[in-house]
Design a binder for this molecule. Structure first.
Ligand code: ADP
Ligand code: NI
Length: 215
């Protein structure tokens, strides 16, 4: 990795080792929650932290670990956050930092989290949400949908596209277009708005193709 200029060498080594651990833990995931998602969230969080402040190391650790006990991916460890807890133990995090990181993870979920109550949690939540937007967000939405046998769209999505029909395109309205308004940091919001504009552009093209308006 070698590019976290503000971190000691031993902290970089921990981050690199955790990435390898997450790669093993998520090797069977094709729903958009593989280690590359964790890595991108970590890089998004690093970018936001540079502008907004906060404890960089704990932000990066929480970013890497944020989905290892996700309800959808690992329902059995979801309540106790066993995977994250075990990794924090493995790398000798003290009790305070362990609880701090677990609280961040607990508070960032879109659907069942409590409100993030620290700058670090707000940054990790924004970083995760950014990965649901833009070009990568579109790719993840379709990957998730294919993985869960969700259709790309149905005819109802075309009549005003208000969402709610359990298709990939409907998910744009049900969740993705709401995210920029829910961002908690100024820098996160700016990037989210840019990525949302790109999804809107994509959707315009998508709709014009299936309505044959470009003939
Ligand atoms: P995250 O890890 O970003 O918190 P989620 O676990 O909520 O995301 O979902 C993973 C990815 O799959 C996201 O990019 C999200 O937009 C997409 N996704 C989640 N639920 C649905 C759904 N019902 N239909 C289509 N895409 C979905
Ligand atoms: Ni995530």
């Amino acid at each position: 990795m070698g590019d976290f200029l503000k971190l000691d060498c031993d902290k970089e080594i921990i981050l690199e080792s955790i990435i390898i651990d997450i790669k093993a833990l998520t090797a069977d995931d094709f729903s958009g929650h593989d280690f590359m998602h964790s890595f991108r969230v970590m890089k998004n969080a690093e970018m936001i932290c540079e502008k907004e402040g906060g404890n960089l190391f704990l932000i990066l650790i929480a970013s890497l670990l944020h989905d290892v006990d996700d309800k959808k991916i690992s329902p059995l460890t979801f309540c106790d956050k066993t995977n994250a807890r075990n990794l924090l133990l493995k790398y000798n995090f003290n009790q305070y930092d362990t609880e701090f990181v677990l609280k961040i993870i607990d508070s960032i979920s879109f659907s069942h989290g409590s409100e993030p109550d620290s700058l670090e949690a707000r940054i990790v939540q924004d970083a995760d949400r950014l990965d649901a937007l833009g070009a990568i967000g579109i790719a993840r939405c379709f990957a998730y949908s294919g993985n869960k046998s969700i259709a790309i769209y149905n005819k109802d999505d075309l009549s005003g596209c208000t969402g709610g029909s359990d298709t990939a395109i409907s998910h744009f309205y049900d969740k993705l277009f709401k995210l920029s308004g829910l961002m908690k940091t100024e820098s996160g919001r700016r990037i989210a708005e840019k990525r949302t504009d790109f999804i809107k552009l994509y959707l315009d093209e998508f709709l014009s193709e299936i309505e044959y308006k470009d003939l």
